[in-house]
Design a protein around this ligand. Structure first.
Ligand code: NAD
Ligand code: UDP
Length: 310
């Protein structure tokens, strides 16, 4: 297969590039390096089946030849980054999704949209199944991201319904692992770097808010299963093992053997109180479930950050 991956120099995108190359496919990566890094591409940059284009997906995209798949992962993804660049975030979710769908239509390619658990906002239903419509503040601090992804889902379904494109919508829940940026701002890289440097871990709020963290290798397998199963409606991909942010901090201090303490800072606006995927649909229809526990996944991630020495 010949696959285009937007956002391929980012955390999830680079793992997907590497996975598809190993499966014997040709990969074209398109990224404007907003948050992507050259080092994420190092392991396969010179692979004979890999091509890189530096390009902004909100602008017209020209790709020579046929394409079997367009995987649209480009987005600002960390709350710190997307709140710093709200207009770029809205544009990549709206204009970028439109452009990449147009490309898929022109090439008669299948299409996958990387959506998010943020479409559920600060959820009032717990855990979150796909048929929950969410609780999103349309003008709050997170709205640039949440609404861009909700729009992205809507236009993906519209192209499926009107133009008969074979589409997928992956609602990805908090995913972590090697190749996240140390300065990403998301909680796992932030806590690991703080712990490795024996600095206090910065807990926002009282740390009772929860998340459910999925290791990258499990997510990539889920995306691959989704590509190979014709499910056009949104599907949750994540690990339902829920943990409070305070417990997460304690686990990371323990696993790094760190002398760090914990400090408490104000909770950011609209920070969801709890999040946990209902993955019954993925279990049944994809025959997929995450296999890597938090302890094991954190150890590999800590090893990575120790190796890159930050
Ligand atoms: P990331 O920041 O590491 O990767 C995103 C990539 O998109 C970066 O390489 C960035 O440079 C690129 N990009 C941004 N704007 C672009 C533009 N206009 N044109 C071209 N490239 C652009 O983030 P990630 O965690 O790898 O996320 C990948 C996708 O998965 C995103 O769509 C994100 O919303 C989604 N997602 C991630 C998570 C998670 O926990 N990691 C959870 C839910 C959804
Ligand atoms: N968080 C924290 N300290 C940090 C970074 C994040 O306590 O230094 C909290 C954040 O407020 C949220 C949770 O960790 O409640 C997960 O944050 P992240 O940015 O990783 O992703 P989110 O799930 O909020 O999109």
């Amino acid at each position: 297969m010949r696959v285009l991956i937007t956002g391929g120099a980012g955390f999830i995108g680079s793992h997907l590039c590497e996975f598809l190359l190993k499966e014997g496919h040709e990969v074209i990566c398109l990224d404007n390096m907003t948050s992507g890094t050259n080092s994420n591409l190092e392991d396969f940059f010179y692979h004979e089946n890999f091509t890189f284009h530096e390009h902004d997906v909100t602008k017209y995209i020209h790709i020579h030849g046929e394409l079997d798949w367009v995987l649209h992962l480009a987005s600002l993804a960390s709350p710190v980054f997307y709140q710093d660049y709200p207009i770029k975030t809205l544009k990549v979710g709206a204009l970028g999704t439109h452009k990449t769908l147009g490309l898929a239509k022109a090439k008669n390619a299948k299409y996958l949209f990387a959506s998010t658990s943020e479409v559920y906002g600060d959820p009032e239903v717990h855990p979150q199944p796909e048929d929950y419509w969410g609780n999103v503040n349309p003008v709050g601090a997170r709205s640039c991201y949440d609404e861009s992804k909700r729009y992205g889902e809507a236009i993906t379904m519209a192209y499926h319904n009107k133009h008969d494109i074979d589409t997928r919508i992956a609602r990805i829940f908090n995913t972590y692992g090697p190749r996240m940026r140390p300065d990403d701002g998301r909680v796992i890289p932030t806590f690991i770097i703080q712990a490795l440097n024996n600095e206090d871990l910065t807990i926002y709020g009282d740390g009772t808010q929860t998340r459910s963290f999925c290791y990258i290798d499990d997510l990539i397998k889920g995306i691959w299963k989704l590509m190979n199963t014709q499910i056009n409606e949104p599907i949750n991909l994540g690990n339902p093992d829920e943990i409070s942010i305070k417990e997460l901090a304690e686990k990371i201090i323990d696993l790094t053997d760190s002398e760090s303490g914990k400090t408490y800072e104000p909770l950011p606006e609209d920070d969801p109180e709890k999040r946990k995927p209902d993955i019954a649909k993925a279990e049944k229809q994809l025959e997929w479930e995450p296999k890597i526990g938090l302890r094991e996944g954190l150890k590999s991630t800590i090893d990575y950050f120790e190796r890159v020495k930050v």
